[in-house]
Design a protein around this ligand. Structure first.
Ligand code: C5P
Length: 405
């Protein structure tokens, strides 16, 4: 069933060889009985003609912001309001940069600024341009502004290079848009995915009344669980002892020690394959080698006591090495050299992403409502502004959702 019937799609085409594929995209949209208004940038005119796109879309193509005749028909603000969705395919590196900068120096950038409807972009460019930090930083910014990215695909490029940067196939873009417009999918893009999130401290017993633990409140893990569940994921929260209630629509497993947490992770992964694993728990690095079965008593003649500690298993490293999850995200709480240590941990534990924060700061992190983090991946770093943990959790879940695709 197509949800595109009667939908008003504003299709922006920017300058790139992939522009020729957009003719097919218009055909698919029209076949689904969508109304398609095409806008070409100056760059696009070098690759496709307004005449062709008018023929397939059935509407005069718009190319200029300052065209009195076209503006008399439907002014650009009116056009921005007309669109149920703006789809830009292909979106060139240059267009993405101008969109990120909030430019309004041509019709398409102006429409992106003036619209209150969702904006989806299908990037297409040379693989080196795609990988360039400038492009990646622009995409992160657009992501924060809730612009959706479709693709790009990897493969042979028109320039002879091989890598990421090919525009997604028209049918894939069409299917993405169709899915996106489904009311349930729009709100639930993680439907069908299983996310497992560890949260809180672990509690390592010394004897029946004493333990070793840490200050983790569990807030970050719980807000992440909430954010993922709200987007439709099936969420398992494996939590150490905290004073928080499990978010709606999540399944909570309570544990105390690191060994319990590892066993719970294994158990969960065997029952239901894990798409995304986020280790937000502050797992104790050591546990007492032999837990006393009775309360330990003060010794009359000694002023000190020795506890022999042994290393706990690294849970997240086990999740990676035993392939318990398809995509694994860790947290790195550091007090110095935050990014460098995070990069080291990313590689050592074999993670896909690591979220690093500076726990020496009193205003963020442990037990605080706010956090400021840097997300580090093999070829990416992203530092959203300091924000409430709930807001940050939404951003992180969105980031993970898009990054892992
Ligand atoms: O090594 P460090 O504790 O700094 O690494 C932090 C990341 O590793 C976090 O994601 C944490 O949940 C995870 N971790 C773990 N098991 C441990 C120690 C840390 O899963 N024993």
């Amino acid at each position: 069933m197509t949800l595109l019937k009667g939908k008003k799609v504003l299709l922006g085409i920017t300058g790139g060889i992939a522009a020729y594929k957009s003719i097919e995209l218009v055909r698919l949209l029209k076949k689904a009985e969508a109304h398609v208004q095409v806008v070409l940038t100056k760059g696009a005119l070098a690759f496709v003609t307004p005449m062709t796109l008018q023929a397939v879309s059935g509407l005069p193509v718009r190319t200029s912001l300052l065209d009195p005749e076209a503006e008399a028909g439907m002014g650009h603000i009116e056009l921005a309001k007309w669109a149920d969705v703006i789809l830009i395919a292909p979106a060139s590196a240059d267009f993405i940069a101008r969109q990120t900068a909030g430019m309004a120096d041509d019709l398409l950038t102006t429409l992106c600024l003036a619209t209150e409807s969702p904006v989806l972009i299908a990037p297409a460019m040379n693989q080196a341009m795609w990988k360039h930090p400038a492009t990646q930083t622009n995409l992160r910014t657009l992501l924060e502004r809730k612009v959706h990215t479709i693709g790009p695909d990897s493969g042979a490029q028109a320039c002879g290079d091989v890598g990421y940067g090919r525009m997604s196939e028209p049918l894939d873009i069409y299917n993405y848009l169709n899915n996106f417009l489904s009311p349930s999918k729009e709100l639930q893009p993680l439907a069908g995915q299983h996310w497992v999130i560890t949260a809180g401290p672990t509690m390592e017993a010394i004897d029946p009344v004493r333990f070793i633990s840490n200050h983790s409140s569990g807030k970050m893990g719980y807000t992440l669980a909430d954010a993922a569940a709200k987007l439709g994921a099936k969420v398992t929260l494996i939590s150490g002892p905290v004073s928080l209630t499990a978010p709606d629509n999540t399944h909570k497993i309570d544990i105390l020690s690191a060994l319990d947490m590892l066993a719970a992770c294994k158990n969960v992964s065997q029952k239901s394959p894990i798409d995304v694993f986020i280790g937000a728990a502050a797992v104790a690095d050591f546990r007492v080698e032999e837990v006393a079965t009775q309360k330990m008593k003060k010794q009359k003649d000694t002023d000190d006591m020795q506890l022999n500690l042994v290393k706990n298993p690294d849970i997240i490293a086990n999740v990676v090495s035993e392939s318990m999850a398809k995509f694994v995200v860790g947290f790195a709480a550091e007090t110095q050299n935050v990014i460098a240590y995070a990069q080291e941990k990313l590689a050592k534990k074999g993670l896909d992403l690591i979220v690093a924060n500076d726990v020496s700061r009193k205003d963020i992190g442990f037990n605080q409502d706010q956090n400021e983090v840097t997300v580090v991946g093999k070829d990416t770093t992203w530092s959203p502004d300091k924000a409430d943990k709930t807001q940050l959790a939404d951003l992180l879940v969105n980031f993970i959702m898009q990054y892992k695709n």
